[in-house]
Design a protein around this ligand. Structure first.
Ligand SMILES: [Zn+2]
Length: 283
């Protein structure tokens, strides 16, 4: 018997868990307990404090696309563990664990679909998969998403969520920054829009590459958006930074993004933006 179980049996106030683990969700914004079902019905936005919870590709596609229109693109094959990297764990073991947890191949998933009747290709980065980090697989998926958009002559919409470059792939992960930039240029050369939706959190090499190159820059409320962390900047410039520094609202106020959109309005807003930008194409 473990120490915890023996203590639990002795102490009357440490009750055994009777409710299923996933029935309740503790909000990361206000700390209150919310019914998981209620949170789900509210698009994973806290009904008490409006905190936008992080969501992965599957849920995002379901929230965004017109019913029955979603078809996922296959995950691209890329060389795995090119540097035979190992820290406390082997990189291959970390990948294996992340794949088991998420049932996805890597941190960026693309799908074709329609938003409010407008056909698009959407890429969603999954922060749950190794912090949404950008390595060969994410870079390749980004390029494939753009290529699919060009093939269909539709906009490419990316939902970013990332801690930055995937350190286990060293310089190869950094090479995905210019690669994704070239892909965006290909989209522009084809006369197609590139729309970015920044979600919590987006940072590092992703923020310094495709996350800030959108023709239209949208962000979800109160998302943390940064290149470098707050503490690093504070200790470098030896100054206290404003409270709302590196949030969506701060970026909007300083002209770095076009709009901050609540998740409940996102689908409609994206539909409107895509409608404007695709008017000429339709004509
Ligand atoms: Zn809350």
């Amino acid at each position: 018997m473990s120490w915890l179980n023996s203590v639990r049996n002795v102490l009357p106030f440490v009750a055994k868990r009777e409710t299923p683990e996933n029935l309740w969700h503790k909000c990361k914004g206000c700390g209150q307990m919310i019914f998981t079902k209620e949170l789900e019905d509210n698009l994973y936005v806290c009904p008490k404090c409006d905190h936008h919870d992080r969501i992965g590709p599957k849920i995002r596609f379901a929230q965004l696309f017109d019913e029955g229109s979603c078809s996922e693109l296959p995950a691209p094959k890329v060389p795995e563990d090119p540097l035979k990297f190992r820290d406390q764990k082997r990189y291959t073991d970390r990948l294996k664990a992340a794949r088991t947890d998420s049932s996805e191949q890597d941190a960026l998933i693309n799908a074709r679909g329609a938003i409010d009747g407008h056909r698009v290709v959407v890429g969603v980065q999954d922060f749950g998969f190794m912090g949404g980090s950008m390595g060969l697989a994410v870079g390749e998926a980004f390029v494939r998403g753009v290529e699919a958009a060009i093939e269909d002559r539709v906009p490419y919409v990316i939902f970013t969520a990332s801690g930055g470059a995937r350190m286990q792939e060293g310089i190869l992960s950094l090479m995905q920054m210019p690669r994704s930039t070239v892909a965006i240029q290909m989209l522009h050369d084809a006369g197609l829009p590139y729309i970015v939706v920044l979600t919590d959190p987006t940072s590092g090499g992703v923020m310094a590459a495709y996350a800030m190159l959108g023709d239209v820059q949208i962000a979800e409320p109160k998302a943390t958006l940064a290149f470098t962390g707050r503490r690093v900047i504070e200790s470098t410039i030896r100054e206290k930074l404003p409270e709302d520094f590196q949030t969506s609202e701060y970026y909007l106020e300083h002209g770095m993004i076009d709009m901050v959109v609540h998740r409940k309005d996102l689908r409609e807003q994206l539909g409107t933006v895509i409608g404007y930008l695709s008017a000429r194409e339709a004509a």
